[in-house]
Design a protein around this ligand. Structure first.
Ligand code: ZN
Ligand code: ZN
Length: 249
């Protein structure tokens, strides 16, 4: 073998190595957090596309189809400013509806976010929801696969808790058609679900005793910023807009 051939061979090997490094990409479809850090905002590309950023908390915030990651969570912590729909508790999420693909049969997953939260997508048309004061409650039964995946997918609530994003304000008890968990959120400490299922809706939860804890927590900041949970949001949105054109896709 001549020296020339060997040189050619190493060049090919180098190219192959470079090709492997570049191939480290993740496919996404539909709206999704850019990196998973709230300050990094959202990517709004609807069609299937790739990023070099891996999906953070992928096991609970996304569902995958053919290695394409579809974000099913609440986009609010990431500075979402588009139309949003209020939900309470656990409900079906239809992947084909989220990514705007016509399908004869729905590709159903479940959202395990406790209590009031937002999504960018409307309740899926072929599933039963009850609306009460602009909040949608799933009115159907939960299948076995929902229960089987619960231990793993309920972790989504631990992921969202530190982000403290605004949630829909719900002052009324869920309608009796809703059979999911009823959990008080927004005070950081979820109250265990109440099992009242005999015709009458459960009474609205009494003011929780944890309130004292919350007051203690607030005292640290309340002198300067009176109860201003969202301070800094505008700043980071401006920041996000600047970053928008850098483009990681
Ligand atoms: Zn993207
Ligand atoms: Zn949800």
């Amino acid at each position: 073998m001549s020296r020339l051939n060997l040189a050619g061979l190493s060049a090919v090997l180098l190219l192959t190595a470079a090709g492997v490094a570049e191939a480290k990409q993740w496919k996404y479809a539909g709206l999704h957090p850019r990196t998973g850090q709230p300050a990094d905002g959202l990517c709004h590309i609807e069609m299937t596309h790739v990023h070099t950023a891996s999906p953070l908390h992928a096991d609970v915030l996304y569902r995958t189809r053919d290695n394409v990651y579809v974000f099913i969570g609440d986009p609010t912590p990431f500075g979402y400013e588009g139309p949003r729909h209020a939900y309470y508790g656990h409900h079906p999420v239809v992947i084909n509806v989220i990514i705007h693909v016509d399908a004869d049969e729905d590709d159903v997953e479940y959202c395990y976010q406790d209590g009031p939260h937002y999504h960018a997508y409307e309740p899926p048309p072929r599933h039963e929801f009850v609306e009460k004061e602009d909040v949608s409650y799933y009115a159907g039964e939960y299948p076995e696969e929902y229960k089987l995946a619960s231990p793993k997918l309920l972790r989504v609530n631990a992921v969202y808790r530190p982000w403290s994003a605004p949630r829909p304000v719900v002052r009324v008890a869920p309608p009796p058609e809703y059979h999911g968990p009823i959990i008080q959120v927004g005070l950081n400490l979820p109250v265990p679900s109440i099992e009242v299922r005999v015709g009458t809706p459960p009474p609205p939860p009494p003011p929780p005793p944890e309130r004292e804890v919350v007051i203690i927590r607030e005292e640290r900041v309340v002198h300067e910023h009176h109860h201003d949970d969202h301070c800094g949001h505008d700043d980071y949105r401006k920041h996000k807009k600047h970053k928008k054109h850098k483009g990681r896709h």
